[in-house]
Design a protein around this ligand. Structure first.
Ligand code: G1P
Length: 292
């Protein structure tokens, strides 16, 4: 029997330099896709996958994230008085969503360090990590797909997408062998490398920001040295964990939007808006009328 994965960690201490000046006084995780902050998509995915404890690793200037998931009495009172029941429901739903805990990462030393910062709150149990920048649109939540593999194997499981061409260099990349009978969906990891040069990438299997990790990762993260970009990399921790435990890569079903990238953010905004009942038709019309 594997332990139920209850806790989901969201590293959110990054400075968001790619979105300056929008992120000068506002966390990048709070930028909205249509009308919902990016991080809320991830929190909803974690909850839909069965996690009921959300741990957000924050840093300086991230107060707006805590306020967002907190009760806003003034706003609720105003909406109640004005009988805006739909909006009231939306606002209440956010603060009632789940149990949230926050821990500060005092220095931006990398993703591996961010995960290590959550160690005490996670304890000695398997847990999920979600990188909010990666917004994944899928009928079965991406994290749930990984959790199904974890349930069968008890091992750490990484979300994987096949990326062809030079953009593979922006990812953690796997050397891995397909698991028999999995139809090319599941891989047993043999090695990992963070942001390899295109020519040196061991495959086209890129790690996307969803992980189910065994608590063994903490020990490894404590001992790694700074890697790519001078940061403590989660990928290096996983490489080290691989010497002791099996790790799987799961090619998930769904569409991933890289909202940490400006073009990716714009594309996601358009796609999400097109799917909306209230916005889809007029936006589609507007796009048709644009003179390219
Ligand atoms: C991080 C990880 C990388 C992973 C990527 C997925 O990189 O370090 O291994 O492939 O997220 O989005 P970042 O995008 O933070 O540079």
């Amino acid at each position: 029997m594997t332990m139920k994965v209850r806790k989901a960690v969201f590293p959110a201490a990054g400075l968001g330099t790619r979105f300056l000046p929008a992120t000068k006084a506002q966390p990048k995780e709070m930028l909205p896709l249509v009308d919902k902050p990016i991080i809320q998509y991830g929190v909803e995915e974690a909850m839909a996958s069965g996690c009921d404890q959300i741990i957000i690793v924050t840093g300086r200037g991230k107060q707006a994230i805590e306020d967002h998931f907190d009760v806003s009495y003034e706003l609720e009172k105003m909406l109640e008085e004005r009988k805006k029941t739909d909006l009231l429901q939306i606002v209440r739903h956010i603060s009632e969503m789940s149990h949230l805990a926050y821990v500060r990462q005092k220095e931006a030393l990398g993703l591996g360090h961010a995960v290590l910062t959550a160690r005490e709150l996670v304890g000695n149990e398997p847990f999920a990590v979600l990188l909010a920048d990666d917004v994944i649109d899928s009928p079965v939540p991406c994290l749930q797909q990984l959790l199904e593999v974890h349930k069968k194997t008890g091992a750490s499981v990484l979300a994987v997408q096949k990326i062809d061409g030079p953009s593979i260099s922006a990812y953690g990349v796997l050397k891995a062998k397909p698991v028999e009978g999995s139809n090319g969906k599941l891989f047993e990891v043999e090695d990992l490398v963070e942001k390899p040069k295109y020519e040196q990438a061991p495959s086209n299997l890129a790690v996307i920001g969803r992980y189910v990790l065994t608590p063994g990762i903490f020990q490894e993260l404590e001992n790694i040295q700074a890697g790519a970009g001078g940061e403590l990399q989660l990928t290096d921790g996983l490489k080290s964990l691989l010497k002791k435990e099996k790790i799987y890569g799961c090619v998930f079903e769904g569409k991933r939007h890289d909202t940490g990238d400006k073009l990716g953010f714009l594309k996601a905004t358009v796609e999400f808006a097109l799917k909306r009942e209230d916005l889809g038709a007029p936006l589609r019309q507007f796009l048709k009328e644009l003179d390219f």
